[in-house]
Design a protein around this ligand. Structure first.
Ligand code: SF4
Length: 350
């Protein structure tokens, strides 16, 4: 697990302060490690991640592809497939249940009731030869719900209404729905057993911007109705800024910065976050677009020290040698970068 240093830099917003003082932790992730065994060695896809999710919050997890964000939510769902495996850590709910230590039977019982996922591609998640109503009913039955046919029909109609679809959609097949409607049907399925944690993996990636916005509004309304926590994974910083209250930035399987969305966007601390934000096209930054230098990290050939050092414009001599821990800049605001840690390698004892 990463050490946590307490630094003095970084503005502490009122929003951040009130968030950390009043919100209860719902899921405490500590030292999460997901590895993939390959012929060339072990790839650490999720590398010693610590993260606390609050009850009823919208948290955005951002990073380039291959940064480990999707692997992290698959680990929470216990859906990592061989040659991948959860190599360490814990993910403990507020009632003491550790998601990473559940038996296969318990995993099945917990899915949808405690944790549910809204998938990336609705097209691939829905059964093409089954009507939408049947699919949602089957999902509920498979997870232990009991009731009469009429009770299930009523429940399906209610779920469809919650996601902004008419009850008649229950009678349709997936190919009869638009992309946005399919994604709404997937959300209805995901919330069918009122989960406490909704994991959403780029849920609007294949949709046009207007539909994207509508789906995100629906997700936000549902999150409030259910008082659920949403962990949204994606690489669209604009969408994150609109949806999330806090964000975490991942690079090379590590969480490199966490904070209130306003703080991270207005005042990013980690050099990688700074580059990510400056790469968002904006009217104010016309003509000053900056990409991120270098090539993405190979998990099989990771550099020593800070994983970002070969691409970092602020790298120091010690960055290729020392691995940064997580430095707390203020309540709820953390960064993993040696710029915020005191260099003690040259210190002499008194
Ligand atoms: Fe850059 Fe060094 Fe900070 Fe890594 S530790 S992000 S290389 S300054």
């Amino acid at each position: 697990m990463s050490g946590v240093n307490t630094g003095s830099r970084g503005a502490i917003s009122a929003e951040d302060l009130s968030m950390s003082e009043t919100r209860e932790v719902m899921l405490d992730i500590q030292g999460l490690e997901v590895h993939f065994e390959t012929r060339r060695g072990i790839a650490r896809a999720v590398n010693d991640v610590d993260l606390q999710l609050y009850k009823g919050e919208r948290f955005g997890l951002v990073g380039e592809s291959g940064s480990g964000k999707t692997t992290m939510i698959l680990a929470l769902l216990r859906m990592i497939k061989t040659p991948g495996f959860i190599a360490g850590g814990r993910a403990v709910f507020d009632d003491g249940t550790d998601l990473l230590r559940l038996s296969p039977e318990e995993v099945r019982e917990n899915r949808l009731r405690r944790v549910a996922m809204v998938p990336q591609g609705a097209m691939n998640s829905l059964n093409p030869v089954m009507r939408i109503g049947q699919q949602i009913t089957l999902t509920m039955r498979e997870h232990g719900e009991e009731g009469t046919k009429v009770e299930f029909q009523d429940r399906v109609a209610q779920l469809l209404d919650q996601v902004g679809l008419k009850p008649e959609v229950a009678q349709l097949y997936p190919h009869e729905l638009s992309g946005g409607m399919k994604q709404r049907a997937c959300i209805a399925q995901a919330i069918s057993l009122s989960p406490r944690l909704i994991l959403a993996d780029e849920p609007t990636s294949a949709l046009d911007v207007v539909v994207q916005r509508q789906i995100m509004q629906t997700l936000r309304q549902l999150q409030l109705q259910l008082d659920a926590t949403v962990l949204l994974v994606g690489h669209d910083m604009g969408l994150m800024a609109q949806f999330a209250e806090r964000v975490g930035i991942m690079y090379g399987g590590k969480l490199v910065e966490v904070g209130a969305v306003a703080d991270v966007f207005r005042n990013p601390q980690h050099p990688y976050t700074q580059l990510l934000i400056s790469s968002i096209p904006s009217f104010e930054r016309r003509g000053t677009f900056k990409g991120i230098p270098g090539v993405g990290l190979s998990l099989l050939d990771s550099p020593t020290g800070c994983l970002f050092h070969p691409r970092c414009p602020q790298a120091m001599e010690r960055c290729s040698r020392d691995e940064p821990g997580l430095t707390q800049l203020g309540p709820g605001q953390h960064v993993s970068c040696l710029l915020y840690e005191k260099d003690e390698s040259h210190a002499t004892s008194a």
